[in-house]
Design a protein around this ligand. Structure first.
Ligand code: DTP
Length: 832
């Protein structure tokens, strides 16, 4: 007995020590996180200091467009480098003349002259410059001022077309060679390469052409020997590297150019490469010690602002409409939206408010798309309401505002999309509407992307920030430091300079955790909206009796939940069906910290918007008004025991149900289980008919979701755009993957409501399994995609299936294969 008692005591103590250890580990993890944050802040400050020192010693200073040193550059002193900003080269007067006469430009933008001088001096060069800052001029102008021709490798036929058309319009001879070039065109271009009297100055080719056309390579050899190949420009050079976001296998073969033509200077251009990507490109392209010039990504003429998006759709639309009709009257702009459906509906809403706004998305007929684009470019349409399909190649100088009706999926994307404003260097505004529900809509869309969630949370962090300069937050993503001075009050936080209180939200966090714990104990899952509703006392009455609700205004309650997600106290829990993805909130790894009495949690919080949207003055003209702050701060909000609170909303009978995991915020209200069973009995006769209808409906939903995904997940990467243009015929939607349509596993909620109890149970098992498995498969190397599933992959899928009760006639092997097909099909779809 004694021994037994002892063992129990030891066991108990062991458990408590383990719990303590776990807590300690969490605390250590939190400290390490803080340490990383501080280290990166320290590095930023050091960089700032270095910049300040450089400014104090003009001999070694760099311009606002800095040039980061590579080994070659550091071999060249800063004095020497500065020389390339000068105009005392043999070609300088020629440059000046062509800049004005041919290109009709007055002066160079930062780093353009340095890059042009370096390439004309025969140096190999990587030029990293933000979108729209004028990279093309850095090879077009040297091409005009050199003997022979420049070979331009570019991944997109549409960009080639744009550029050759533009060059023709300014009387510069340029041709392109791609898969669709006519025979005559190809013949003329090939002949021009070796003809010293040819007027051709630029030849655009795709990387595929270099890789596949022996004739082209042999012509280039001849041109090289005749000293007619003056320069090689590789556009979107980051596509060479697997680490870059748009890797293209054919770019990997471009090393042949430098190997075959070592004396020809190479100029690699990109808007997005990090230093490790460039190092990789250097190796792949076989360039030795290139000079890297990096222009600052700081667009000083852009004013950045975040507005809280009201849950009421009309409020945000009214706000946007009043901006367009007021501050931006008669000025050109873009409103970016989340989905094709939003593009249609938001543009219709704006039209109702007498604004000339038209939709643009990838599912439109190409002729309609180009008509909208053309009319907008010629200012016959004021606003384009677009998905991200309205992307690269949009080069309108006088865009005065870019409004994001929904947040972007990452800071990099936001920078690119908002960067379409103010290309003429005049002031322009970039406003993003930050809505709670949007976070989760996007989250389910980017769930399959490698670091999709991480990047989305960075964007959310940018939006939730209330007191740090927005520019400085963006700069981190481009390895740069832009301080408040560099911003010069061109963002809402710098301009308003509000002193927000640092509110203690520990108590609030504990309440949220308690709600989630309760839900888990009842075997229920909560969507973020259900969580807010439960917390703010709008959930089922039964639940309200068991939890502490808050009197905090909804906006602040949402802000707290977002903060808890950002900081890891909460986390996302996705549930997948072949038709859609659901987002639920779960306790995060830091949640146990809240059990420690000394643990506190604070956040700076903006007061909720006062009434309907407040139209603030944005941009360079005048200061914006800060919305009125309500008297009560989040920290003051009293906690209430709702069961006894008469003011709590009364729950209807229908509300007294357990949460149905398949119900999301956009779904119908949950159906009570009793009612569901009754319905199931009554439904037997109508079953077939209903099943048929529901299948059709889910198929339709799937198509809409996939079409949205096709737009939203489309990166401005070349791959994505090409597939969009070429694969689907005019006006047709992307067909759903056939595997999903012929699925043996019924997983859609609507199907679940017309099948037997046993089947429902089995379905539930399968759905859970599927959800977990999808996450696992997500991590399996991309290289497996597109190939028949390998035995290793299948056995990894098969193993957990053995413990499941599968529906009759469904074998483990078939289910495993079907899961794989669907998962990889879905993933390929996301990648397109
Ligand atoms: N020195 C200059 N002064 C005024 N405008 C300029 C100058 N250089 C270029 N531009 C204009 C021409 C174009 O309309 C616009 C964008 O130039 P472009 O070369 O297409 O940018 P980019 O190549 O960096 O962008 P992207 O990454 O989108 O291809 O800027």
């Amino acid at each position: 007995m004694d021994v037994g008692g002892n063992t129990n005591d030891v066991q108990e103590e062991l458990e408590s020590v383990e719990a303590e250890l776990e807590l300690l580990e969490l605390q250590i993890a939190e400290l390490v996180e803080k340490q990383t944050e501080l280290s990166s802040r320290k590095n930023m400050l050091l960089l700032k200091l270095e910049d300040a020192c450089n400014a104090a010693h003009p001999s070694s200073s760099s311009s606002s467009a800095s040039s980061k040193s590579s080994s070659a550059e550091s071999a060249m002193t800063k004095e020497e480098m500065k020389r390339y900003d000068g105009t005392d080269f043999t070609w300088s007067s020629d440059l000046e003349q062509h800049l004005k006469d041919s290109f009709q430009l007055d002066k160079f933008r930062p780093l353009q002259l340095r890059a042009i001088n370096l390439t004309l001096a025969g140096r190999d060069l990587f030029l990293v410059m933000p979108t729209g800052r004028g990279k093309s001029l850095c090879y077009q102008l040297p091409a005009v001022c050199s003997e022979g021709f420049t070979l331009v490798v570019t991944p997109l036929v549409s960009l080639m077309e744009d550029q050759t058309m533009y060059l023709k319009s300014i009387d510069v001879s340029a041709v392109m060679l791609n898969a669709s070039s006519s025979k005559e065109n190809t013949k003329a271009a090939m002949a021009g390469m070796t003809d010293p009297n040819s007027p051709i100055k630029l030849i655009y080719v795709t990387p595929e052409k270099i890789a596949k056309s022996k004739m082209l390579m042999s012509r280039l050899e001849k041109a090289y020997k005749a000293n007619l190949l003056s320069r090689i420009a590789v556009d979107e050079v980051h596509c060479c590297s697997q680490w870059g976001h748009d890797f293209r296998p054919d770019y990997k073969l471009l090393g042949i150019l430098k190997r075959q033509f070592p004396k020809v200077p190479l100029l690699g251009l990109t808007a997005t490469a990090t230093s490790s990507v460039l190092k990789d490109c250097e190796k792949i392209l076989c360039v030795k010690q290139p000079i890297t010039l990096t222009a600052s990504f700081n667009r000083t003429n852009l004013y950045y602002e975040v507005r809280i998006k009201d849950a009421d759709h009309d409020v945000s639309i009214n706000d946007i409409a009043s901006l367009i009709k007021g501050k931006y009257k008669d000025q050109s702009g873009i409103v970016y939206v989340f989905s094709q459906k939003d593009a249609e509906s938001v543009s219709a809403e704006l039209q109702k408010r007498e604004i000339s706004a038209y939709p643009y998305h990838s599912n439109m007929d190409p002729s309609d798309k180009s008509r909208v684009h053309r009319k907008w470019a010629s200012n016959k349409i004021q606003v384009v309401v677009a998905t991200v399909a309205f992307g690269m190649g949009i080069d309108k100088a006088d865009v005065r505002f870019v409004i994001h009706h929904t947040i972007s999926k990452s800071i990099e994307n936001y920078y690119q999309e908002s960067g379409r404003a103010g290309r003429d260097d005049h002031p322009a505004d970039c406003i993003v509407y930050f809505g709670f529900a949007d976070i989760f809509r996007i989250s389910t869309m980017v769930v399959m992307e490698n670091v999709g969630q991480q990047k989305l949370l960075q964007m959310v962090e940018y939006c939730q920030n209330v007191d740090r300069c927005r520019r400085s937050l963006m700069a981190v993503h481009f390895d740069e430091v832009w301080d408040d001075e560099g911003c010069d009050q061109m963002c809402d936080t710098c301009r308003n300079a509000q002193d927000y209180p640092n509110v203690d939200i520990t108590l609030h966090a504990k309440q949220v955790v308690q709600i989630l714990e309760l839900a888990t104990s009842m075997d229920e899952k909560l969507t973020p909206l259900k969580l807010v509703e439960a917390w703010t006392g709008k959930g089922p009455a039964k639940r309200r009796k068991m939890i502490q609700t808050t009197t905090m205004p909804r906006q602040q309650a949402e802000a707290v939940i977002v903060r808890l997600l950002l900081q890891g106290y909460l986390r996302e829990d996705f549930s997948f069906t072949p038709y859609t993805t659901y987002f639920y909130v779960k306790l995060g790894r830091k949640a146990p910290l809240l059990k420690t009495p000394t643990h506190t949690l604070k956040m700076k919080m903006r007061a909720p918007e006062a009434g309907p949207a407040v139209v603030k003055a944005a941009s360079g003209q005048g200061k914006s008004k800060e919305p009125k702050r309500s008297g009560q701060s989040a920290g003051d909000a009293p906690v209430r025991q709702v069961s006894k609170d008469a003011s709590a909303p009364k729950a209807s009978e229908e509300e007294e149900v357990t949460f149905d995991p398949s119900v999301t915020e956009n779904s119908q209200p949950p159906v009570p289980k009793q009612k569901l069973l009754k319905e199931q009995r009554n439904l037997s006769k109508r079953q077939e008919k209903r099943l048929y209808i529901s299948q059709n409906q889910t198929k339709k939903n799937l198509e809409t979701e996939q079409a949205d995904k096709a737009d939203f997940c489309e990166d401005r990467g070349p791959k994505a755009r090409q597939s969009n243009h070429s694969k689907f015929p005019k006006g047709r939607r992307r067909p759903p993957p056939s595997a999903a349509a012929s699925s043996p596993v019924p997983s859609s909620p609507s199907q679940a409501s017309v099948i037997s109890d046993t089947a429902a149970e089995e379905l539930c098992d399968l759905r859970n399994y599927y959800s977990k498995q999808l996450k696992r498969i997500n991590y399996i190397s991309l290289e497996h995609l597109g190939q028949p599933a390998e035995p290793g992959v299948l056995s990894c899928i098969r193993e957990p299936l053995r413990s499941l009760r599968l529906p009759r006639r469904v074998t483990i092997a078939r289910t495993a294969r079907s899961l794989w097909t669907r998962v990889s099909g879905r993933r390929r779809l996301v990648q397109r």
